[in-house]
Write a protein that binds this ligand. Structure first.
Ligand code: GAR
Length: 208
C-alpha cells in the first residue's frame, strides 16, 4: 500500500474527493496517510479529522524566514513519514527546486484550467476562472500534472474539458470545473499512480 500525503491550503474539496474515492475502495493500492495544511484555519483540516487521517499537520510559511526553509520542513516531514506520493490539492504555494528534484514524478497537482492556458505564476483559484471569462474562450476544464521546477509546467497526467456557458460567473464556472473535472480527475490520477500505471517519458505521461 503506497502512502499518500495531501497538501492543502483551503477548503479541501479535492482532498474530500480523494477521501470519498478511497472510502469507496477506488484508490487501489494507496492510502491517504497524511494531510499537511499551510493554514491552521483551513477547512480541509476538519475534513481530514472527520475521515480519521492518521497524520494531520500544519506547516505555515509564516513560521519560516524563506520559501527554502518552509519547503525543507515539508520535505523533512514527508521523509519522516516515508511518503510515496505527494498530492497538491489547492496548495497555494510554489515549492522549491530542491523539493521538485527530491520528489521528481512523485508530486502531482490539480490546476483548474486546461494547461497550457490560464496557468503559471499568478493563476490560482477564482483568478483562473475570471481570466477564462475575460478572454472569452468557449471551453475550459482542469488538469492533473506532475510538478516540476516550472509553475504548472510538469508532465500532464489527465485533462477534462467542459463548455463555458453564457452567464457564467467565476463562481459558477469554478463549481462546474470542480464537480465535473477536478473531483473526477484527481482521485483517478492518484489511483493510477498507486497502481504503478503512470510512465513518464520526457514531458509525456503514458497510462499503462
Ligand atoms: C481548486 O480549484 C484547485 O484546482 C485550485 O484551488 C482550488 C482549491 O479548492 N488550485 C489552484 O488554483 C492551484 N494553481 P479545494 O481546497 O476545495 O480543493
Amino acid at each position: 500500500m503506497l502512502k499518500i500525503a495531501v497538501l492543502v491550503s483551503g477548503g479541501g474539496s479535492n482532498l474530500q474527493a480523494i477521501l470519498d474515492s478511497a472510502s469507496r475502495g477506488e484508490i487501489i493500492n494507496g492510502k491517504v496517510y497524511a494531510v499537511i495544511s499551510s493554514r491552521e484555519d483551513a477547512y480541509a483540516l476538519k475534513r481530514a479529522e472527520a475521515a480519521g487521517v492518521e497524520h494531520i499537520k500544519v506547516i505555515s510559511p509564516k513560521d519560516f524566514e524563506s520559501r527554502g526553509e518552509f519547503t525543507a520542513k515539508i520535505t523533512d516531514t514527508l521523509k519522516s513519514l516515508d511518503i510515496d506520493l505527494v498530492v497538491l490539492a489547492g496548495f497555494m504555494h510554489v515549492l522549491s527546486d530542491d523539493f521538485c528534484r527530491e520528489y521528481r514524478n512523485r508530486v502531482m497537482n490539480v490546476h483548474p484550467s486546461l494547461i497550457p492556458a490560464f496557468c503559471g505564476d499568478g493563476y490560482y483559484g477564482l483568478r483562473v476562472h475570471k481570466s477564462v471569462l475575460d478572454y472569452g474562450v468557449k471551453v475550459t476544464g482542469a488538469t492533473v500534472h506532475f510538478v516540476n521546477e516550472v509553475t504548472d509546467g510538469g508532465p500532464i497526467i489527465l485533462q477534462k474539458s467542459i463548455e463555458v456557458r453564457d452567464g457564467d460567473t467565476p463562481e459558477t464556472l469554478q463549481r462546474r470545473v470542480m464537480e465535473e473535472c477536478e473531483w473526477v480527475l484527481l482521485p483517478e490520477a492518484v489511483s493510477l499512480f498507486c497502481q504503478g500505471r503512470l510512465e513518464v517519458c520526457g514531458n509525456h505521461v503514458y497510462i499503462k
